[in-house]
Design a protein. Structure first.
Length: 156
């Protein structure tokens, strides 16, 4: 392209411009680009001090992108992999738990909405595995599959 090689800070800012990254994610991505005389820890400290790296924004952004298709356990597992602290994960878990059943019903409807109701144990098990693999809680999965994806108010 004709441009000089990007500096470590330039690489970090380019990554942060694409999406929110946690400190540990940036450290892993930038570690292979560190040249002699560059201090990755100091750069990350500077970016955190200027609020370019913000764990709260990372959690919120990730939940916004992934929670519509995945259950709380799976989203929290992904957040844990980003190196976020347990207090932030606990708060995220509480926020996700309040909408778990609603999100599971939406995912079930998207996948099985036009299919006939699960009348056999094999079909129920298949639908339950589908939702469980996406990280939804077992109790929520059972309720959604048994109600045929209907809202709990509609099922009564």
């Amino acid at each position: 392209m004709g441009f000089a090689r990007l500096s470590l800070k330039g690489r970090a800012l380019r990554l942060l411009a694409q999406r929110e990254h946690s400190r540990s994610e940036l450290q892993a991505k930038l570690a292979r680009h560190v040249q002699e005389g560059e201090d990755l820890a100091a750069l990350l400290d500077e970016l955190e001090a200027k609020d370019f790296i913000n764990a709260g924004r990372v959690a919120e952004s990730h939940m916004h992108r992934r929670a519509t298709r995945l259950g709380s356990r799976r989203v929290l597992q992904e957040l844990r992999g980003k190196g976020l602290d347990e207090d932030l994960l606990r708060a995220a878990g509480q926020a996700l738990a309040s909408t778990e059943a609603e999100r599971a019903r939406a995912v079930w409807r998207q996948r099985f909405g036009s299919a006939p109701p699960a009348t056999t144990r094999e079909e129920q098990a298949r639908q339950m595995r589908f939702l469980a693999a996406r990280g939804f809680d077992a109790d929520v999965v059972r309720r959604v599959v048994r109600s045929g994806g209907a809202d709990e108010d509609e099922a009564l």
